[in-house]
Design a protein around this ligand. Structure first.
Ligand SMILES: [Zn+2]
Ligand SMILES: [Zn+2]
Length: 993
């Protein structure tokens, strides 16, 4: 075996492969999801000048007094500002449908009746509402950024949502601050993180304690009377989180929803009455705007791009628009980014530099006609600047500074042209038309001194046509990718995939090509399950190219796993001779396979996953309809069964070690605490005991880590063969891992998910029951199957490929003060409960394999050493999940690259890619735990045994009084296990010979 790889080399190659993969993945992710804004700096006086006059020198405005700057802005813009105070009320997660209805229909009766005051404002024409379409990802932080900067953030913003950074791009609040506005904020602390030091007064609440639906809003409203009486602020931001929290805990139809809407309506009434009462003619007015950052799905989650989630609200109160009826006040559409330029124009500050929004039609009705055109012109100039940064300057060749002011621009003429051709030329043409029409209107007005209505509306339409096209083009441009970076990332990922597959194949040859060690002695190497297991990644690679297949991925996993069970059943049934009557082994195996099949079916039916058919009935919906009392009872029962099964596994090895009893005691205590927690938590949803949860975390980690550390020590003084003993130990450690993870999930997951957790545990026990001595299935096939089962379980727990199904509620159990990192870890653990469980059970599996094959392995590897054994028994099983994951990751990276211009790239493919990245992380962690556990304890064991044997042989002179473990080495040269200890370089290295 001279060409064979040593254990060390295998480790080095694997780590190198993983390292390469991580680097490639990072490069690809940062190339594909750009986070950089297009223009740096902030808009200032130049935004009131023609974009082709940018070379003109600026007065040093940083030296200007804020008040002077404000007046200068007002003078340059030529638009009189009617308002001097702004109240921005953000109702987190409020779908516009609740207030404005849908498809021209008024909102549902329950919602409409809950907001009588707001509805009366809409009916009277005092308010005008818009369905403001939010861009995905529909989570709070990127949406707030979009509202105040007008820029569509990169998709990766969602990743940073849990670790908010200050907003450095040009934005409205920064502009307001520069003209000396005083700002006050009460509510979501995201604002403080985005704008540190900008608020004169603030009282923030954490956005992540989703169980709290009452206090979180009281903390905001208690400041309202004082703030409304104060006249020291210009901008008051009130960010109410309660409605979002109501959605997260109970969905759109939560019983708490009506009262929450009523509460919001009362706030609107208080603010509106106060604002109109104080209104006197000589002073500026207060503008009241009610917005939501995003909507919510039927189940109350958000993050994706469905209509329900992107349908956010934008409601202007006191704008004095020309609204004729209720339909005109509610049937309007806009984009969320449109808020930024609209507010900038209304309050006389420059439009933020990277804004891609356009002025909301209908909000400028109260302005005079020349002011309206000027506002549109300013918006067009700002968008044109953004376009100049992305288009070749040759396209703007005909323009020069102020050329429209003094007649026609050189070579462009002053005719109005039909615009066609490619998008870039079309945009320039549209802008030219608008500018020409505007100058015609201006010159006519100057001469005739009575404006022509026809010219005005032509100019208005021309500006709107340009703005709409430009905004769309710019929004699509933000998704453009650097090709070189992407190519580099993809090639690194490809290379690492090749490394992984090569390693797998070379080890595969070593394990299965030796005739003696061939577990499957069929005439050919590959049989039906092998082919099937190999085909699964292939099927996924093909299916990933379809957006619907990505949305409904769970069907494929469930189907694959069920097919695998059937293949197992078929194979097992074929190999048995049924005429012999009762056969314990046979019945046990068949029982295992049938429990796999049944639990698999139940898991599939538990949650109707995916995107398109979530409304179909499933077991969880049915149970929730029957009543929460039943859910609670089922939760208690399944928790009890999980604990019993875990204890059964621990004692199944018939080991009489003390440590097993200690472990069993630890787990029983944990189980009891979890039962207690479940009982109390259900009674009082909002009073989660953090002490109990923390105690459970502590006990579980002590049990799992303690088992891994202490069990190898207890292996000494046993008269069994080392391998069998090590197998036993690994099996026990694996059981401890599995049980701890299951108990942790019982604590963290939604109560309804306790049964799937139990079913997953049953599956693991059943599959480990199949790895008995005369197993007909190859080891690697079983490990691959474990990976597939983990993925099927992932979907069975209610996860999907949209960000909306991530369970935020569980991520705060046991955390008393908000911590982004801890919550993130908990969220990851909840989402990847099932894949991680199956990876951890791999330790159990390797243990069982070692125990069952201890004799055959030794006979086959009489001349092998520890390094060899580690490599084949441990390295190989670890390579299988790494390999599958690497193939899927590579394939999906290529798919994402090919789909970069697909309509659903941001709504379907990108969220799926984030999940693929997270699955990769999960696989790394799982494989790391699996690889580290046996390796370190085997070395530890050798050190101890060597120490004992050294001491005793030097003291006594012979090996007769040694402990049994050491005696194996010293006194029994013929023992089969001896070759394990003394045969190879690894041991010699440890022993120091
Ligand atoms: Zn939100
Ligand atoms: Zn939310």
């Amino acid at each position: 075996m001279t060409t064979a790889m040593t254990c060390t080399r295998l480790t080095i190659y694997t780590v190198a492969g993983i390292f390469l993969q991580v680097i490639g993945l990072s490069i690809f992710v940062f190339g594909f999801f750009p986070v950089k804004p297009t223009l740096s700096g902030v808009s200032d006086l130049e935004s009131y000048r023609d974009p082709f006059c940018d070379s003109a020198p600026n007065p040093n405005e940083s030296e200007l007094h804020p008040e002077k700057l404000r007046l200068l802005y007002q003078e340059l813009s030529g638009i009189s500002s009617k308002y001097d105070r702004l109240i921005l009320m953000v109702i987190d997660g409020l779908p516009a449908e609740f207030v404005l209805g849908k498809d021209g229909q008024p909102p549902r009766k329950a919602w409409k009746e809950s907001m009588p005051y707001t509805q009366s404002l809409l009916a009277n024409g005092d308010a005008i509402g818009y369905h403001a379409k939010a861009a995905p990802p529909t989570v709070t932080m990127p949406r707030l950024k979009a509202m105040v900067s007008g820029a569509i953030g990169g998709f990766l913003d969602v990743a940073f949502n849990f670790n908010t950074q200050a907003l450095l791009d040009d934005n409205l609040l920064g502009q307001f601050f520069r003209i000396g506005w005083k700002m006050v904020m009460h509510g979501d602390e995201t604002w403080l993180k985005l704008f540190p030091g900008l608020f004169m007064r603030h009282d923030s609440v954490s956005s992540f304690f989703v169980k709290d639906t009452v206090q979180v809003d009281r903390n905001v409203s208690r400041h309202l009377p004082n703030e409304l009486n104060n006249d020291d602020w210009n901008l008051l931001i009130l960010h109410y989180l309660g409605l979002d929290h109501v959605g997260h805990t109970g969905g759109r139809n939560s019983p708490l929803m009506a009262s929450k809407l009523k509460e919001m309506d009362d706030v609107v009434r208080t603010m509106h009455l106060k604002a109109t009462m104080d209104h006197s003619q000589d002073e500026g007015q207060t503008l009241l705007i009610i917005v939501s950052d995003h909507g919510m799905t039927e189940s109350g989650n958000h993050g994706g791009s469905s209509y329900e989630e992107t349908d956010s609200l934008m409601l202007f109160i006191g704008l004095g628009s020309n609204i004729s009826d209720y339909a005109a006040a509610t049937n309007n559409v806009a984009f969320q980014v449109d808020l930024a330029p609209t507010l900038a124009i209304l309050f006389g500050v420059p439009i933020p530099k990277n804004n891609v929004g356009v002025l909301v039609p209908g909000t400028l009705d109260s302005l005079r006609d020349y002011e309206q055109l000027r506002a549109l012109e300013l918006n067009s100039w700002q968008l044109l600047r953004l376009m100049q940064a992305q288009l070749p300057s040759s396209l703007f060749g005909g323009f020069s500074c102020n050329c429209f002011l003094y007649g026609a621009c050189e070579g462009l003429g002053s005719d109005i042209n039909e615009c066609f051709g490619d998008k870039e030329k079309q945009l320039i043409c549209l802008f030219k038309n608008a500018a020409v029409l505007h100058s015609i209107w201006k010159s006519k007005k100057l001469i005739e001194s009575s404006s022509s209505m026809e010219d005005f509306s032509r100019a208005l339409d021309a500006y709107n046509a340009f703005l709409k096209t430009a905004s769309e083009w710019l929004a699509s441009k933000t998704t453009e990718k650097p090709v070189l970076l992407l190519g580099l990332g993809v090639s690194a990922i490809l290379l690492s995939c090749v490394v992984c597959v090569t390693l797998f194949l070379s080890l595969f040859k070593e394990v299965y090509h030796e005739p003696k060690d061939r577990v499957c002695r069929g005439s050919h190497l590959l049989n039906s399950e092998d082919v099937f297991v190999l085909a699964v990644p292939l099927i996924f690679v093909i299916s990933m190219g379809s957006s619907s297949m990505v949305e409904e991925e769970h069907y494929i996993w469930h189907f694959m796993v069920a097919t695998f069970y059937l293949l197992l059943l078929f194979k097992t049934a074929k190999s048995f001779d049924f005429s012999k009557g009762m056969n314990i082994l046979r019945d046990y195996k068949l029982g295992s396979i049938f429990s796999l099949l049944i639990s698999g079916r139940l898991l599939k039916g538990w949650h109707q996953g995916g995107v398109n058919w979530t409304y179909l009935p499933d077991i969880s919906k049915w149970l929730e309809q029957v009543g929460s009392g039943y859910v609670k009872r089922i939760q208690l029962i399944s928790s009890f069964i999980v604990i019993s099964l875990g204890l059964f596994t621990l004692f199944r090895t018939r080991s009489k070690r003390k440590i097993v009893c200690v472990l069993a005691f630890g787990f029983t205590t944990c189980g009891f605490l979890i039962l207690l927690h479940a009982w109390r938590y259900q009674d009082d949803m909002f009073e989660v005991s953090t002490v109990t949860a923390k105690l459970i975390y502590l006990l579980l980690s002590i049990s799992a880590i303690g088992a891994a550390l202490a069990l190898p020590w207890s292996m000494l003084n046993k008269d069994k063969c080392f391998l069998a003993e090590a197998g036993d130990c690994l099996y026990l450690i694996g059981s401890a891992y599995t049980l701890s993870w299951c108990l942790l999930q019982l604590l963290l997951q939604q109560p309804i998910n306790s049964v799937p957790i139990l079913l997953l545990l049953i599956q693991i026990l059943a599959i480990s029951g199949l790895s008995s001595k005369d197993s007909q299935v190859n080891e690697w096939v079983k490990i691959a199957a474990l990976y597939y089962m983990g993925m099927a379980g992932h979907f069975a727990l209610g996860n999907s490929n949209t960000l909306a199904t991530i369970d935020v509620a569980g991520a705060f159990i046991g955390i008393s003060s908000h911590s982004t990192i801890l919550s993130g870890i908990l969220m990851f653990m909840i989402t990847y409960a099932s894949p991680m469980l199956f990876l951890l059970s791999l330790v159990m599996h390797i243990g069982a394999y070692l125990r069952n094959h201890s004799h055959s392995t030794i006979s086959a590897h009489r001349d092998t050493n520890l390094g060899e054994a580690l490599k084949l028994r441990l390295g190989f099983p670890c390579l299988v999940p790494l390999c599958i994951n690497s193939i899927l990751l590579t394939a999906y990276t290529v798919v994402l690259l090919l789909m970069r211009n697909h309509l659903f790239v941001w709504s379907v493919f990108s969220p799926k890619y984030l999940y693929v990245c997270a699955t990769t992380l999960c696989t790394y962690i799982g494989v790391f735990v699996v690889a580290v556990t046996p390796k370190r304890f085997i070395f530890l064991l050798f050190l101890v045994i060597h120490a004992i044997s050294f001491l005793e042989t030097t003291l006594i002179g012979n090996g007769t009084c040694l402990g049994d473990g050491a005696a194996l080495i010293v006194t029994e040269p013929a023992n089969t296990c001896r070759s394990w200890f003394c045969g190879g370089d690894a041991v010699l290295m440890v022993l120091g010979d």
